[in-house]
Design a binder for this molecule. Structure first.
Ligand code: AMP
Length: 191
């Protein structure tokens, strides 16, 4: 299947780096670990859907994240002649998430992601691909992680009930090893 993987977080970080209008407005929310306002998300995704109309599928990673975005996604999909096929919830206990996010390292140059324990670079703190010094994302700092988990609980967790009702929900155990989680996602997508 021809699938385009889109992480809305990566799209936003790219917009911040490029200093676009959307990026400038989004940065303060991202740094706090808050959700970026829905109107900014909607505009970005509308452009994305327009540029993806020739593709068969899009895998949205990190969207929707609140009830209003579920509605936005329905509107966008029908506007672009498509629909939501499945929703995947990668479920993991708070402790696991804190260690995953806290150990995460990012290459500011090529965007490659690492983890100090689960996916370390060959040379500590240096990107395997391009040799750039790795950074910790602003929102992966301990205080911000706590806030992000609260935001998730309040705004995003209720979406599982919504997608469950429509019969589109798949729950995956995210505490398992990365390869296993990836394999399960692939199975759902290729089904
Ligand atoms: P992520 O890389 O998915 O963890 O996203 C990083 C940050 O980008 C989040 O903490 C939010 O500030 C913002 N973000 C990503 N996706 C969304 C979304 N669907 N709605 C609002 N904000 C988002």
């Amino acid at each position: 299947r021809d699938i385009r993987h889109i992480s809305t977080g990566a799209m936003l970080r790219d917009a911040v780096t490029r200093g676009t209008h959307a990026g400038l407005s989004a940065k303060e929310f991202m740094d706090k670990g808050a959700l970026v306002p829905d109107d900014i998300m909607f505009e970005m995704l509308d452009e994305l859907f327009t540029s993806s109309e020739d593709r068969t599928s899009i895998l949205l990673d990190g969207f929707p994240r609140n009830v209003n975005q579920v509605k936005q996604l329905e509107i966008l999909a029908s506007k672009h002649g498509t629909s939501v096929e499945a929703a995947i919830c990668i479920d993991a206990p708070g402790k696991v998430l804190i260690s995953r996010l806290g150990g995460r390292r990012l290459c500011p140059s090529c965007g490659a992601g690492y983890h100090t324990i689960n996916l370390p670079p060959k040379k500590e703190g240096i990107c395997d691909n391009c040799g750039t010094k790795l950074i910790v994302r602003n929102d992966d700092k301990p205080e911000t992680i706590k806030h992000r988990l609260k935001v998730y609980k309040k705004q995003t967790e209720p979406l599982t009930a919504i997608y469950k009702k429509t019969g589109k929900l798949h729950i995956i155990n995210g505490a398992e090893e990365m390869d296993k989680v990836a394999e399960k996602i692939e199975n759902i997508i290729n089904h």
